[in-house]
Design a protein around this ligand. Structure first.
Ligand code: DOR
Ligand code: ZN
Length: 355
């Protein structure tokens, strides 16, 4: 029998991929992230997108104001801002972002790939070369939504095809560019990141560690399991678990928690995104524990990310206990309702009160 750990105290973790939105939604969701994480990389896919340093700094101020309204001091949760790359992002804008000290990465959304990606990039090496060269020079990473958008490519193959068509040529052209392959979902993604030369890492979500694509259709269509990149088959989930719990320091935590109102998830054309900020560490602990590797959670959640981003490891700690945790059926989000992932189900780990 495995030696069961009943309590785990780790360095306070960070979320290296988070959607906080804006306005009333931001107010509703930011306390959930601040409860478990010390810092988060904040995605820039607002409407309109956060394409400049000035917009990123203003968004940062709104996040800090939302934290203050929730009684959370500036020292206890730090938003690490990002810029949204477009065909028109200039090298000067990248230099300004770096100089601000508040921007920590630049996000690549291929145009049309996902929520609010209409302003995304149409031809990465053709249109964005000056910005990419400035980014390489700056030392900030390019955060990549790695899916091709061609209509003739099967939805489930979009990540694997992206590696061949975009990722490999990009990294050949700019070998010193730091790249985070965001929310990888496939065995091909995990193996590419593990084995490739040069500065590359990947984030992995809790939902891609816990579920395969069957979860989308279990007993009927389940929109709260729909995200992009979409859940894949079991062999891919297993490869992600191996990567997250293995020895490579290239894999780290990124929830991709993406709140949408219940009415737009349970909809004829439902939005992509799973809300996991509420119970992220409980979900990750459950995934790591399922393969007897809870001992690897700290490296994945708290150490590998700062090492790649060149930031210090956090000071505080977070304690998780083996205890029954029932995920609430619904949360309120401004005037709307938010359904967390796996609502109503139980998990076997829980964050200690006051942690
Ligand atoms: O499922 C997703 N939701 N994937 C993304 O890439 C974007 C996100 C969102 O912003 O809702
Ligand atoms: Zn995302």
């Amino acid at each position: 029998m495995q030696n069961a750990t009943d309590s785990l105290t780790i360095v306070r973790p960070d979320d290296w991929h988070l959607h906080l939105r804006d306005g009333a939604v931001l107010d509703a969701v930011v306390p959930d992230s601040a409860r478990q994480f010390a810092r988060a990389i904040i995605m820039p896919n607002l409407k309109p997108p956060v394409t400049t340093t000035a917009l990123a700094l203003a968004y940062r101020d709104r996040i800090i104001a939302a934290l203050a309204r929730a009684g959370i001091g500036e020292g206890s949760f730090t938003p690490l801002m990002t810029l949204y790359l477009t065909d028109n992002t200039s090298a000067q804008e990248i230099a300004t972002a770096k100089a601000s000290g508040a921007v920590h990465g630049v996000k690549l959304y291929p145009a049309g790939a996902t929520t609010n990606s209409d302003a995304g990039v149409t031809d990465l090496l053709g249109r964005c070369r000056p910005a990419l060269e400035a980014l390489q020079k700056s030392g900030m990473p390019l955060l990549v939504h790695g899916e091709v958008t061609d209509k003739d490519i099967d939805l489930f193959d979009r990540e694997a095809v992206f590696i061949d068509r975009v990722m490999i040529p990009l990294r050949k052209a700019l070998p010193e560019l730091k790249v985070v392959f965001e929310h990888i979902t496939t065995r091909q993604g995990a193996e590419y990141v593990r084995d490739a030369e040069g500065p590359i890492a990947a984030t992995i979500t809790a939902h891609h560690l816990l579920y395969n694509r069957n979860a989308l259709f279990l007993g009927g269509m389940r929109p709260h399991w729909y995200c992009l990149p979409v859940l894949k088959r079991e062999t891919h989930r297993q490869a992600l678990v191996e990567a997250a719990t293995g020895d490579s320091r290239r894999f780290f935590l990124g929830t991709d928690s993406a709140p949408h109102p219940k009415g737009l998830k349970e909809h004829a054309c439902g939005c992509a995104g799973c809300y996991t900020a509420l119970h992220a560490m409980e979900l990750y602990a459950t995934a790591f524990d399922s393969v007897g590797r809870i001992d690897r959670l700290e490296a994945f959640a708290s150490l590998n990310g700062p090492a790649f981003y060149g930031l210090p490891v956090n000071q505080g700690t977070l304690t998780l206990n083996r205890a029954h945790y029932e995920i609430p059926a619904e949360l309120s989000m401004g005037n709307d309702t938010l359904v967390p992932l796996a609502a109503g189900e139980s998990l076997g780990w829980r964050i200690a009160d006051g942690s």
